[in-house]
Design a protein around this ligand. Sequence first.
Ligand SMILES: [Zn+2]
Length: 258
Amino acid sequence: MADMKLLMNDLVTANHILAKENVLDSFGHVSIRHPEKPGHFIMSRARAPEQCEMHDLMEFKLDGTIVGPNPHPGKPYSERFIHGALYEARPEVNSVVHNHSISVIPFSVVKSVKLRPLMHMAGPIGDDINVWDSAAKFGDTNLLVTSMEMARDMAKSVGPRTVSLLRGHGCVVTALSLREVVFTSIYLEINAGIQMQALRVGNEVQYLSKGEVDIITKGRSGFTFERGWENWCKRVGRPYYPQAMDMGAGFSQTDPSG
Ligand SMILES: [Zn+2]
């Protein structure tokens, strides 16, 4: 299978995995930057991610314009601008997830408690997760990010972070690769659920230190993502195509995730 076709296949698989793992429901989306055209990105047409198939994938310019003839007239995601603005602002980012996962949203509306990593697998979500409030600049809206103007304001708030929350709406996750964005999105949702449980057990929760977050983030390897990816592919009945891993790019022979 050609690399491009493999990547597109993996994007369909990522849609299914994120639905199965409680990150996406009938809404939310995942995208990849086009590997040969950095000014373009690819995502599904507006469809429940669990139902996504190869022929649903569409190509966009970073401003959200559809590239070429539209195979699905009138049906791109209205919030595709989220993805375009993040790719525009962050040249290193190659994959983006926007979701409304239920454990994460409470932390976007409770001002006294920040969403913070407290278990080792979730360290890479970062220790400075912020909240973008669309009302600060745009007043009363339906909270959806449906223009480049809104999306660019959001991307400015996200800055260099891996994760940011959107008040009363959901979150965005950025990553260097599709496997990484899937991994981080799943453990973001898990960490948020565990944090709520911990806060019910007691008020004094010990979160990961900044030093621990830095060590965990730097220590992650392609093998860690691959181990999760293979398992998640099998769970949704999608074919698993092993990814050739760059031995010089932080790959380690042992799995630092345990
Ligand atoms: Zn949304």
